[in-house]
Write a protein that binds this ligand. Structure first.
Ligand code: KPL
Length: 301
């Protein structure tokens, strides 16, 4: 399958690199320089849990590209821009593998092709231009964004299964997106604010705050009509934190690098829906305010 990965940072490079295994798929990464030029010159080196060099194409301009599948891994606040770039090209389908909520709706609002929802729980770190490290094994889950099953989702699932990516095609993506939101709401802001690895949320003194953020997310999901128990939200968050224990979450990487974070689409989204639905979410509110204060100080808002 011809696949274009929009937003080949840490996770996008890992996913694109694993899809680009010899004999699997023809992959193009849309990345920033100097990463894109390093990949063009010497290939993409996979390190950590995987160890090989693959040779996807790499470009910096995502406009006017054509492929069967566009995989979107850009930060949530760049989804509009990715949709605009996708709209100038030709794709049969688009899959969002992003953090936070609302990305699929943004893509579907701009594009005439089917948009699949997805989640990815791999730990990934762009170590240097051209080198991406898998810092924790996880899984990819994908399916129709409103739930159910479609031949397209099955076909994309089969294509992913040709790569080493552990992939599940799911008929309950709305629930799974909330479950992943609970994972990110618990792990990301806490590790970002304290400069710690994901394992920090597994033990005192951080664990109760992370669990509370995950439980609050489940409460909002239920108020929104999605069946997600507190127990499942906490269990999923702790399982992912254990699998990616030595990974720096994407938000921790963003803060360390002085980049804007995805707080609005993660804990900020929980707070926004909670306010609309009349649910109390003090932990998410506090974590959101702290990250927004940092972003404000950096001039991002
Ligand atoms: O999604 C992630 C992220 O860092 O954004 C996890 C799965 C928590 C891996 O770190």
């Amino acid at each position: 399958m011809e696949i274009v990965v929009f937003g080949a940072g840490s996770l996008g490079s890992l996913v694109g690199g694993l899809l680009a295994q010899p004999g699997a798929h023809e992959v193009t990464l849309v990345a920033r320089d100097p990463h894109a030029s390093a990949v063009r010159t010497a290939g993409l080196q996979l390190a950590g849990e995987f160890s090989e060099t693959v040779a996807p194409a790499a470009v910096t301009d995502g406009t006017e590209l054509a492929a069967e599948l566009g995989v979107v891994t850009v930060k949530s606040f760049d989804t509009e821009a990715a949709a605009a770039a996708l709209a100038t090209g030709s794709f049969d389908a688009v899959l969002s593998l992003q953090n936070g909520m609302g990305n699929e709706a943004t893509l579907a609002g701009r594009l005439d092709v089917p948009v699949l929802a997805g989640t990815a729980t791999y730990g990934a770190l762009l170590r240097e231009p051209g080198v991406v490290e898998c810092t924790g094994l996880g899984e990819v889950t994908l399916g129709p964004r409103s739930g159910g099953s479609t031949p397209l989702a099955d076909r994309v699932g089969e294509a992913f299964a040709l790569s080493p990516l552990e992939t599940t095609v799911a008929s309950d993506m709305p629930t799974r997106l909330w479950r992943k939101l609970a994972v990110n709401a618990g792990i990301n802001p806490l590790t970002a604010l304290t400069g710690t690895k994901n394992e920090a949320v597994l033990a005192d003194p951080a664990t109760e705050l992370a669990r509370t953020a995950a439980r609050e997310t489940a409460r909002v999901a239920r108020a929104d009509g999605v069946s997600l128990s507190d127990e499942t939200a906490v269990k999923t968050m702790t399982r992912v934190a254990r699998q990616t224990a030595l990974n720096s979450s994407s938000m921790a990487q963003d803060v360390r690098a002085g980049r804007r974070t995805e707080i609005d689409a993660i804990n900020g989204y929980v707070v926004e829906r909670a306010d609309e639905l009349g649910v109390s979410v003090p932990a998410n509110r506090t974590l959101t305010a702290l990250l927004r204060t940092w972003e404000h100080d950096c001039g991002f808002r």
